[in-house]
Ligand binder design. Sequence first.
Ligand code: PAN
Ligand code: ZN
Length: 194
Amino acid sequence: MNKLKNIQITNPIYNVDYLNGNIKGKSIIKSIKRLKDLAGIFEDNNAFLKLKQEEIIYSVQAILPVDEGVEGGLFYGKTILEPGKVGNEYFMTKGHFHKKADRAEFYWGILGEGVLLLMDEERNCWAEKMFPGSLHYINAFIAHRTINTGDVQLSFGACWPSDAGHNYQEIIDNGFSARLIEVNGKPEFVSSQK
Ligand code: PAN
Ligand code: ZN
């Protein structure tokens, strides 16, 4: 047996805190969405305008090991979505199709409880429950949005192809065809014009 002294065992470049999903390591980017960045997303615009526009609604930490758009790489992210409502509609992410619409994604629940709203290109919607340990395969050509239905932060992880990109415009223009609102303290879907 020949000893291989040139192969070192090094620490990994990235670490995940398994209690809260926080990512640690080199060149991790962070993006923040405040209420003012979500104009037009919620149905009740009067209720929207009454809330503090600077309030942080969600933040995303992400590892982008290759440039955005490069084929063959993967991105890894963690989103924290605050609890709260605009009128009776729960706080949610903007939601998107991927720019390369044939790209899929995994989501997994880390903390809190919520709903993953999914929509195909014919605007049919369905939804999956999110909780610590839930795992969600988001197929290609499916728009995805997360909704915090709980009283505490909803944290979830995500992994998606580096060339997927984000098509937000479709959702800004047409929305999802369903909205999740609170009725008698419980989440209920209602149809949405936009
Ligand atoms: C996620 C989302 C993240 C924020 O990383 O980008 O949860 O949601 P919006 O992008 O809809 O604002 C993902 O789906 N990446 O593809
Ligand atoms: Zn996505």
